[in-house]
Design a protein around this ligand. Sequence first.
Ligand code: UDP
Ligand code: MG
Length: 333
Amino acid sequence: MLLSVVVPCYNEEDVLSDLAEKLFTVLGDEGPELEVVLVNDGSSDTTVSIMRRLSAQNDRIRYVSFSRNFGKESAMLAGLVYATGDAVVIMDADLQHPPELILDMLRLHEDGYDQVVARRTRTGDSMGRTFAAKMYYRAVNRLVDVDMQDGAGDFRLLSRRAVDALLQLGEYNRFSKGLFSWIGFPSATIDYENVSRQGGGASKWSLRRLVNYGIDGIMSFNNAPVRLAIYIGAAVMTLGLAYVLFLVIAAIVAGVVVPGYVTLVAAIIGLGGLQLMFLGVIGEYVGRIYYETKQRPHFLVAETESDRGPARTVNRTRDQKHRARPQSGGDFS
Ligand code: UDP
Ligand code: MG
């Protein structure tokens, strides 16, 4: 059996060598044959030269380097496209995902699970973030059609057929958390304690990015937000009609016509805001359609390990020649 470990890397010069070393000490000798696929997501530091060096030293380390930063989703996708293993593990470069866990994942994979998900417990996270995450997942699971778990991130093992299923989903706006859940297949979960980032530096997730990611999660999987517009619109209209009826009756019974300036202004501002908000929601969907119709590749590859020098003889259990090696992400499906 060949196991591929896919690692998306964006400015990870501090940790990359450590990670490779750790992977090989943990998985090197016993167990399945190992292939490490490093994906350089347009790093601005020396990440790519470290990848070149690592892959020159070790045949079992391969790399793909993007022409610019395409984002982690694209990097993971590229890793899945390039991985040739019978099972693929996706993990972060920053050693927040303990490599030792891969052994447990493999054990569960042997029991027949197609997806083995590592779910981090939130011990060590700030209370605010834990609470926000909890609320978010509660809301999302109510809104969208797929089931998403708090703490279950991208660190997971996928069987070959799960990977192939994922590669069939060619959408441009990729939201992996949802896609993993959408493909289904038997899956198992392993809990692990959160480790703080190694190699210094902060997480590359700013608050703004997190919020946008959250909106993506809701938008990617159905049209619930648009449906919400219909419900709220109907509710507001009913309330408005009831209020008008009340005013008319009040005028007839009491004979007073209330000067309703405040009501008027409140209604204009309230409804205007509501309309703008839902115009935004619709716009968001139209924008997504616009991007999908362009059919652009998910990433562009500038360099891979095969550009590095003469072909090497790699001892692989699986005949690789049958698997296409696209130069861009557009034609993987
Ligand atoms: N990453 C990437 N492209 C990006 C941002 C991040 O490939 O544009 C990679 C990064 O190198 C790391 C992983 O995605 O391996 C997770 O990033 P980070 O540790 O910043 O996120 P967090 O752990 O806070 O979710
Ligand atoms: Mg991290």
